[in-house]
Design a protein around this ligand. Structure first.
Ligand SMILES: Nc1ncnc2c1ncn2[C@@H]1O[C@H](COP(=O)(O)OP(=O)(O)OP(=O)(O)O)[C@@H](O)[C@H]1O
Length: 346
């Protein structure tokens, strides 16, 4: 397996071994009768949300945590940030045990949950930032420097003194990020940071995060259902499904192991006689004789030969070679849950 663990000469910023979380909760029937019954006799259920996962992450790495709904991503982030106690296993972040929630630890991390706010709605964001200044013991010089840097990068200078409830969703997300980063955390946990944002706002948030990690070597672990976030930010991805780590490696490695084929599209100046396609390797996905376009799925390592074969069929106007769409790959992956049993997969 090719995994992108922290280099051996550099201590891991995040180290997780055998991490497991089981939720125990009680089932309550519907209505008043159900509530009363559950007072007398409680029935408990357990759910294994995260099961014996291991990984390490080095300083400055930006890692995407991928998986379908209910896979265990948020639970993992909550254990890493100290919001939840693990049921078993070990977690160390920046040399700390997160669940102890020591002030020195909390000063060095941040957790941003796209669906939760850490800003007060009825006052301007600056009030919340000032609260963070006190919480994190920032000097006025540090605070002013960090606020100036973040406000410039996020282009929110004019919004800092506007009541939070009066700003748009995209603007609020930028202010949330600002509040999370004003103490310049070394490790950032992001749970769906672009959820609900429009295309432009998403692109801004991604560019901002990329710049923050470039400038300050911030380590980021990010969950997102938007594969564009992952492609734009992450050099490494971990796929979690049913609480188990299924893959840990590069995004391109995931694409290769899940969809070993390339998509080739050839456009010709003239209609190509369909019978001549018999001499071309690959699976013909479509052949629109009217518009002279042929689409093929081709074994990755045979792509060069296939392009030569296609060139012999007639005068080409355009030739396009692409990997399968990452969104499709993820959809396939979770439909075929066992597909990652080999190669770079765990
Ligand atoms: N407080 C809780 N009590 C009981 N079960 C829970 C609790 N929180 C989460 N779960 C269950 O644990 C499993 C993992 O949930 P988790 O929220 O970590 O998934 P996720 O990968 O973040 O999903 P999503 O992409 O939908 O946010 C799910 O089956 C969920 O129903």
């Amino acid at each position: 397996m090719t995994s992108v663990h922290a280099p051996l000469d550099q201590p891991a910023v995040i180290a997780v071994a055998g991490l497991t979380k089981t939720y125990t909760f009680h089932q309550q029937g519907a209505g008043l009768a159900g509530a009363l019954r559950s007072l007398v006799r409680r029935t408990y259920e357990t759910r294994l949300a995260v099961e014996r996962i291991d990984f390490t992450i080095g300083r400055g790495e930006v890692v995407g945590l991928l998986g379908p709904n209910g896979a265990g991503k948020t639970t993992t982030l909550k254990m890493l940030s100290g919001l939840l106690y693990p049921t078993s296993g070990e977690v160390e972040v920046l040399g700390h045990t997160p669940s102890k929630r020591k002030p020195d630890y909390l000063r060095r991390i941040a957790l941003v949950m796209g669906q939760k706010t850490m800003l007060w709605w009825d006052v301007p964001a600056m009030e919340s930032l000032l609260l963070h200044k006190d919480m994190y013991d920032l000097t006025t010089a540090e605070f002013d420097r960090n606020v100036a840097e973040l406000a410039d990068l996020l282009e929110v200078r004019d919004l800092l003194n506007v009541q939070v409830r009066k700003v748009s969703l995209g603007e609020r997300m930028k202010l949330e990020l600002m509040a999370a980063l004003v103490h310049r955390p070394e490790v950032l946990f992001l749970d769906e940071p672009t959820i609900g944002l429009d295309v432009v706002a998403k692109a801004r948030v991604r560019a901002f995060l990329a710049e923050v990690t470039r400038r300050h070597d911030t380590t980021i672990l990010v969950t997102s259902h938007d594969m564009d976030d992952i492609e734009a930010l992450c050099s490494r991805v971990m796929v979690i499904d049913h609480g188990r780590l299924q893959y840990d490696g590069s995004l391109s490695g995931l694409v290769r192991s899940a969809r070993p084929r390339k998509l080739v599209q050839a456009t010709y100046a003239r209609t190509v006689d369909g019978s001549r396609l018999a001499g071309v390797e690959g699976v013909v996905v479509s052949n629109h004789s009217s518009d002279q376009i042929i689409r093929l799925e081709v074994e990755r390592e045979r792509t060069g030969d296939v392009l030569e074969q296609l060139a012999r069929l007639g005068p080409l106007v355009d030739l396009d070679v692409a990997d399968a769409d990452i969104e499709d790959i993820m959809r396939d992956l979770f439909l075929r849950r066992d597909a990652l049993g080999t190669g770079e997969a765990r």
